[in-house]
Design a protein around this ligand. Structure first.
Ligand SMILES: *[C@@H]1O[C@H](CO)[C@@H](O)[C@H](O)[C@H]1NC(C)=O
Ligand SMILES: *[C@@H]1O[C@H](CO)[C@@H](O)[C@H](O)[C@H]1NC(C)=O
Length: 234
């Protein structure tokens, strides 16, 4: 038996996110004044631009994975998000194409898996609601504001520019933003899943059920996609 591919863990992660959200619903975040110093309101995270292209260096070694370079295309107006995942020393990248209607396609040059999620993609202001400000920290050589959301993600934003610098997840995944191009888009044809995602035997489809906070489930979907490696695909 080979170990379960990361996607098999997604239903569990979704359940975990649901209980995370439920378990934390009553927790009172520290007051803004306490976090930021007497009298000053805590900073609010900068919303994501509606479209951007980021190159993200991803370190999965703490969660048993490898290193990746990911081209992330976030396209809110067109309701889609794409991770083009280059695994270290692998010539065949993995695509994770997420549509806001809930369908995600994971494919490489030879195989495909389709997953239907009960949630859409992250909205640009996904971090603001429920984020707890932790203060300032020097991270990757940048002076950053740090927020956490239900001890699930730690998000580092450059104080001077509002650009994201890094985010870390509870499962050990660390993502470093190497470039951040506001307005960067990927041409439509590159979003199209290949024919073998749609023909009978090869089209491996699963549907995930979830309840609880929508944004948390969208975040789970985002994490699952970004931590997807060659083994996402059956
Ligand atoms: C990856 O993360 C591990 C665990 O935090 C760390 O020890 C290692 O230095 C990191 N590697 C790179 C290339 O960032
Ligand atoms: C969602 O949109 C994508 C891209 O247009 C499409 O391939 C997929 O079938 C749609 N899913 C549903 C459930 O309508």
């Amino acid at each position: 038996m080979s170990p379960p591919p990361p996607l098999m863990l997604l239903p569990l992660l979704l359940l975990a996110a649901g209980s995370f959200a439920a378990g934390n619903a009553k927790a009172t975040p520290p007051s803004a004044a306490a976090a930021a110093g007497a009298g000053a309101p805590a900073p609010v995270p900068t919303p994501w631009p509606e479209q951007f292209h980021a190159v993200v260096f991803t370190n999965l070694t703490e969660s048993g994975g490898r290193l990746q370079l990911i081209d992330l295309y976030y396209d809110w107006p067109k309701g889609r998000n794409l991770n083009l995942i280059h695994n270290q020393l692998s010539g065949d990248p993995t695509y994770d194409v997420e549509w806001t209607n809930g369908t995600s396609y994971y494919f490489d040059s030879g195989s495909c898996r389709t997953i239907r999620f009960p949630v859409g993609i992250l909205p640009p202001d996904w971090l603001a609601d429920g984020a707890v400000y932790l203060g300032r920290e020097h991270v990757d050589g940048f002076d950053c504001h740090v927020w956490t959301k239900v001890d699930f993600i730690w998000y580092y934003e450059e104080v001077a520019t509002g650009r994201p610098v890094r985010w870390n997840f509870f499962n050990g995944m660390q993502q470093h933003v190497m470039s951040f191009e506001v307005g960067g888009v990927l041409e439509d044809s590159k979003w199209q899943a290949p024919p073998y995602c749609f023909n009978g035997d090869n089209a491996d489809t699963a549907t995930l059920a979830a309840d609880g906070a929508d944004v948390m489930n969208s975040l789970m979907r985002f994490v699952g996609g970004s931590s997807c490696s060659y083994s996402c695909i059956a």
